[in-house]
Design a protein around this ligand. Structure first.
Ligand code: ATP
Ligand code: MG
Length: 389
């Protein structure tokens, strides 16, 4: 083979060796960036924009992509994005944009890219829109038989509490992430606390409040990469099981001694690993085989039922009986090396940060026909069963 296997540093790149021509893409990394200096508008809650990324994360993603010979550019996913895209003309976008507001903000950038017909990584418009809405997500999962805690959405705050919701309950904004709107007051013990918290969420976050049965058990987050034809486009086809998915090691969040005991809140997430107030991150979690199988199964079904693509992380807690209950799915999981849950899971699996980022890129490139599929060895014919008697 020609230069197709040689990286800029001259190392061999056997994983890409099926490609007759090594791709050199112009990759735009799209994100919303935290600006800690900028004053926040008066009408937003104190943890607003917590899900935006630090510029360092963008730089890590760009550096990872560049190790494979591509050129990159960071483009802020704000109102200027369409013009910047027209100027840069990317072959593909690495999308981690959280969006600017509204009821489906994580779907804004994918929707624009679809409109401009520009390829991009990860899940598409509908999945990102639904996944941001935890109530809608849970309705879909519940209707398809996945275990979720009993729940009810409050739009006004004075709705009658349904009888299946027994105290203690948990109240959170229906459409936030990164633990926004979640602190010790999210757990409510009686009607008065419930009404107060629901009103707070509705007014501070300007969206419905999702009320669920409080899940007192262990907390896990379960990540997966892949899709049925992942081996055809992957730089590491050996990672994938027969169904095309790679199940990352399960991460358990032990929050008993965190800033918010028992809850993986915004305050707990904001601490660096090992700092006072941070949860303990146990990966691979010490779980018995039966529970492990269930967690992986539910997470993957949750991913598939929402039509998520290539990568996601599903949060699961155990109820009072020890039964796993799906909390939510993150089709745009955080990608800060050494800090974000998915990166911790990949590292525990021996997957380097560069390989994780490039895998997400290559799987997308395959879906958008930027690379040719790898030939796979013919499957062994299934064993013949004897004639029917
Ligand atoms: N029903 C519940 N019972 C007990 N704790 C809960 C419940 N729902 C959420 N939590 C706690 O609140 C945390 C944040 O909730 P959730 O995962 O829904 O929010 P998020 O902000 O979208 O999270 P992420 O940072 O993963 O995007 C959970 O990790 C968990 O610790
Ligand atoms: Mg979560």
């Amino acid at each position: 083979m020609t230069d197709t296997q040689t990286s800029p540093s001259g190392d061999d790149h056997p994983p890409s060796s099926w490609l007759t021509k090594k791709p050199r893409w112009r990759v735009a990394v799209l994100a919303n960036i935290k600006d800690e200096q900028a004053p926040k508008p008066a009408d937003v809650p104190p943890d607003a924009y917590a899900d935006y990324d630090h510029i360092e994360t963008i730089n890590h993603i760009r550096a990872a992509i560049e190790t494979d010979g591509h050129t990159t550019e960071f483009i802020m996913a704000d109102g200027e994005l369409p013009y910047a895209l027209r100027k840069y003309k990317p072959d593909i976008c690495f999308n981690i944009a959280e969006g600017l507001g509204g009821d489906a903000r994580e779907a804004q950038t994918p929707a624009l890219l679809e409109m401009l017909r520009i390829p991009y990584t990860g899940s598409r418009v509908l999945t990102n829109g639904i996944a941001l809405d935890k109530t809608l997500t849970k309705r879909i999962w519940r209707d398809r038989g996945l275990p979720v805690a009993p729940f009810q959405e409050f739009t006004f705050g004075d709705e009658k509490l349904r009888p299946e919701l027994k105290f203690p309950l948990f109240v959170k904004p229906a459409r936030e992430g990164t633990g926004m709107g979640v602190d010790m007051k999210a757990k409510v013990e009686n009607e008065a606390e419930l009404r107060e918290r629901v009103q707070y969420v509705i007014h501070a976050y300007k969206q419905p409040a999702l009320v669920e049965t409080f899940l007192p058990g262990r907390e896990f987050t379960v990540g997966q990469i892949g899709r049925p034809d992942a081996k055809r486009f992957s730089r590491h086809p050996e990672w994938y099981e027969a169904d095309g998915f790679h199940r990352l090691p399960i991460l358990e969040l032990q929050t008993d001694r965190s800033a918010t005991p028992g809850i993986y809140s915004h305050a707990a997430k904001a601490q660096q690993l090992g700092e006072a107030g941070a949860p303990e991150y146990l990966c691979p979690a010490d779980v018995e085989p039966e529970l492990k199988k269930k967690l992986h199964h539910f997470a993957l079904r949750g991913h598939q039922l929402l039509g998520a693509t290539d990568v996601s992380r599903v949060d699961i807690r155990l109820d009072a009986e020890g039964t796993p209950r799906l909390i939510e799915i993150n089709p745009l999981p955080g990608l800060t090396p050494g800090y974000s849950d998915l990166c911790i899971q990949a590292a525990a699996d021996g997957i380097s940060y560069e390989d994780l980022i490039l895998e997400i890129l290559y799987l997308a490139a395959g879906r958008w026909s930027l690379i040719e599929p790898r030939e796979l060895p013919a499957e062994k014919p299934k064993k013949k069963t004897g004639p029917l008697k």
